[in-house]
Write a new protein. Sequence first.
Length: 72
Amino acid sequence: MSEQINWICVFKSSNRFEAEAVKGNFESAEIPCVMLNKQDSSYLAFGYIELHVPDTYKQQAEQLLTDQLFDN
């Protein structure tokens, strides 16, 4: 029987480039993630792009985001 993965949203952005950069950093740190594009396809100013990680990686992903924030 397959195991269910509980995905948690750890990052939101209206900027696709920013979301792609954070996703790349997660992947470099070997944190599995998926990107969900919830932006309106006609008007990109509405909605967000979300990054989700398995709940077991939530703390690690949040720490990476915090470290990136204070490194800049």
